[in-house]
Design a protein around this ligand. Sequence first.
Ligand code: PLP
Length: 391
Amino acid sequence: MRKQRETQYIHGRGSTQAFYRSLSMPIFQTSTFSFATGEEGARRFAGEEQGYIYSRLSNPTVQALEDKAAEAEGGEKGLAFASGMSAASAVLTSLTKAGDHILCSNGIYGCTYGLLRLLQEKYNITHDFSDMRSIEEIAENIKPNTTCLFIETPINPTMRVIDLEMAAALAHQHNITVVVDNTFSSPYLQQPLSFGCDIVIHSATKYLNGHGDVIGGIAVGRQDYINELAATVRKDMGGTMAPFDAWLLLRGLKTLHVRMDRHCYNAEQLVKQLKQHPHVEEVFYPTDSSHPDHTIAAKQMKKGGGVITFKIKGHKEDAMTMMNHLNLVKIAVSLGDAETLIQHPATMTHSTIPQIERERMGVDDGMVRLSVGLEAWEDIWNDLEQSMDRL
Ligand code: PLP
């Protein structure tokens, strides 16, 4: 019988029985693997025999994580990378060639924007942004050379939500591959493959790990695609995850459901408080009734997630003043950690996006993005409240 997702995170595919029945997956901290004979090495290189060769290609600890991540996303196979950006760049370069076009959600992480610019400038792989609010809106932005739809949902930091089922159905009519950056939701809250999307990527640095001590990335998709990605872009461009980081991630994943439930509960309580505060102009949280996309969010997400964006009344300086008076909440980029973190997208995570583009994406100078941690929500609120009292 298929195990429930909470049980999968703890037990998962595979077994450590061969390793002295070790409960935790051992860390294979080795760069290479020796062959019993020259012929064995030759067979492995020729792909005629399974087995490890060299840790940039594959490693047992990293592979255990890849299996677990694939299972969590409901996908056939996973591949681990040194960072979320390494996963994004590997997937996008694998799906495009010079002259192709990528259609992207109107709002993406700043470095993904940088990657798209780089692909355009160096390889003439162009891109456009679309709100993707309807089939018509996506259809009118699809070009004959569009090979990939790249979607972030909820979008960082506006928290707009895109209907994945709708986007995937339309893309497939045009033979377009749909890639979803599922970092903000984690597979516990949203499984894009179950809505027909083709590839999921993660900054595993965030909720998958959950403890703020690893930089990592994951891609999950069909076995044939992931095998090809492993044998080409990841092998030849590098960007493989280190065994110790994979081990930390295996440990983090065991508690994904417990952490996510608490992140979401804390966020829901804070949204209620923020909405009533006189210094807060607007609160953006996907499943809140005030959110324009809350019905889509309710359809495809189990809960609203641990990130809240809110707009401070006033200007950039007021947002900065508020952040500068926080004590418990730390000013830091990243999200999904036990500690509550706050950042100012316009001058931090999205600062590399030109202002005119940022405004089109809805990133306002008064916005701050709060990654709600696992503390008692009342303590987080007390800190936010006292800092807003300074305004
Ligand atoms: N995707 C999203 C939505 C992110 O927020 C980030 C990082 O903040 C990334 C991708 C990049 O991940 P990494 O920092 O692990 O390279």
